[in-house]
Design a protein around this ligand. Structure first.
Ligand code: SF4
Ligand code: SF4
Ligand code: FES
Length: 207
């Protein structure tokens, strides 16, 4: 047996750590969470693809943000909800801001004919940041978090500004958020996106 410790939370009962005896075997942390969920069906967690793509299984594992489906389970592992995000219940954090951010953006394509479309240059960096699967781990790597969903927000903003179909609106608020980060750059992406480069490029675009 190996012990899995999960920080649980509910609005009515507050926070507590629950321990689960997980049968021996080579498995991911997500698999161990699933076994715990079968032992106690009140345990709330999210998952989707079970291998890297959907970004839904991210949690704090021994104090580091990680995709649970890509992390090997070992004895005494402590699993907690992602840091810096609002916890809804147990390991489930509020991801509603992702849709809020996307709604209302202007991607209208005006009178762009096929020839113009063929001439459009897609910057290499757009391919780099398109690897972001909204796992939100980077938000939990920030030790100076200001509540604006940074640095995930920067990846999305750069993505928008490199997108030839995006029509930027008022960017004052974005500039303020970014300004706070220019001398820091301590956050990181668990999927290898260079967040320092993202912040530098975005600062340049918004100057
Ligand atoms: S930038 Fe990286 S860590 Fe952040 S949400 Fe995207 S894939 Fe996840
Ligand atoms: S640059 Fe620093 S303050 Fe800004 S998001 Fe990254 S770690 Fe947080
Ligand atoms: S379950 Fe989809 S990334 Fe882990």
């Amino acid at each position: 047996m190996a012990i899995l410790k999960i920080r649980r939370y509910s609005r009515s009962d507050g926070e507590w750590i629950q321990e689960f005896d997980i049968p021996d075997g080579d498995m991911t942390v997500l698999h161990a969470i699933q076994i715990a969920g079968e032992m106690d069906d009140t345990l709330a967690y999210t998952q989707g693809c079970r291998y890297r793509y959907c970004g839904l299984c991210s949690v704090m594992i021994n104090d580091r943000p990680r995709p649970a489906c890509l992390t090997r389970f070992t004895d005494s592992t402590l699993v907690e909800p992602l840091k810096n995000l609002d916890v809804i219940r147990d390991l489930v954090v509020d991801r509603g801001f992702i849709l809020q951010f996307l709604s209302g953006l202007d991607f209208s394509v005006n009178e762009l004919d096929l020839d113009e479309f063929k001439r459009l240059k897609i910057p290499d960096e757009l391919f780099m940041i398109s690897r972001c699967n909204d796992c939100l781990c980077c938000i939990s790597t920030c030790n100076n978090y200001k509540g604006a969903h940074e640095p995930w927000r920067f990846v999305k903003l750069l993505n928008l500004h490199l997108n030839p179909f995006y029509h930027p609106g008022d960017i004052r608020e974005e500039r303020e958020i970014l300004h706070r980060c220019e001398d820091c750059m301590k956050c990181y992406c668990v999927h290898g996106i260079n967040l320092g480069k993202v912040i530098r490029m975005l600062s340049e675009i918004m100057r």
